[in-house]
Design a protein around this ligand. Structure first.
Ligand code: 5RP
Length: 226
């Protein structure tokens, strides 16, 4: 099976976690796009979605799924999103699609995070994938030095020859060279650095369940404490 087929498989499998009559939290990325496409079949059974990016909002609306502002609604029962890496405890690196801040906001508003990922995303220790960090532009150089002091190399994410601008009007640093043995502590520490908007470690908002797409089918991994 190709990676794209594995993404389709887990995107469809996630439908079982959508609660009829309730608004669903929706993430961002190519795996989530498969979920959104599958969700269209259920659109008459849910009021709509809270979206984590302009891209997901556009896709949801194009399929006739209503998108609610996060401030209009209360707690969501479920948030469905992909990941760039997920470890054995459900901690993740996210933000490859630059949507990490809104993803963390919607995840925090939801009781359960259901991660959908192909098997390539499962790792023992987070950090092989460059860690995305959304920053206020005037702090980018200092935060780059702070990561260097930890042994990391931060690079400004570019798009079409200019710094990428997020949906929130900020920039992204991608940090390589880190091995995150203590994702919870690392997330808490970096969150305190002035100018950091969001660090792409999802340990406080970890997955409750991961639907992992493997050549043998979808594995359901459950994590304690989520
Ligand atoms: C976007 C994300 C995505 O969930 C992550 O990058 C995985 O994307 P894909 O499903 O395309 O592999 O965090 O900010």
């Amino acid at each position: 099976m190709t990676q794209d087929e594995l993404k389709t498989l887990v995107g469809q499998a996630a439908l079982q976690y959508v609660v009829p009559g309730e608004i669903v939290g929706v993430g961002t990325g190519s795996t989530v796009n498969k979920f959104i496409d599958a969700l269209a079949a259920l659109k008459d059974r849910i009021p709509g979605a809270v979206s984590s990016s302009e891209a997901s909002t556009a896709r949801l609306q194009a399929l006739g799924i209503r998108v609610f502002d996060a401030n209009e609604v209360g707690e969501l029962s479920v948030y469905i999103d992909g990941a760039d890496e997920i470890d054995g405890r459900g901690h993740m690196i996210k933000g490859g699609g630059a949507a990490l801040t809104r993803e963390k906001i919607v995840a925090a508003q939801s009781r359960r995070f259901i991660c959908i990922a192909d098997a390539s995303k499962r790792v023992e220790v987070l950090g092989q994938f460059p860690l995305p960090v959304e920053v206020i532009p005037m702090a980018a150089a200092r935060i780059t030095r702070q990561f260097a002091a930890l042994g990391g190399t931060a690079r400004l994410r570019m798009k079409d020859g200019a710094p990428l601008v997020t949906d929130n009007g900020q920039q992204i640093l991608d940090v390589t060279g880190l091995a995150l043995h203590d994702p919870l502590g690392f997330e808490s520490a970096v969150n305190q650095w002035p100018g950091v908007v969001t660090v792409g470690v999802f340990a406080h908002q970890k997955a409750a369940i991961c639907l992992l797409g493997t050549p043998e089918g979808v594995q359901t991994l459950r994590y304690e404490g989520a």
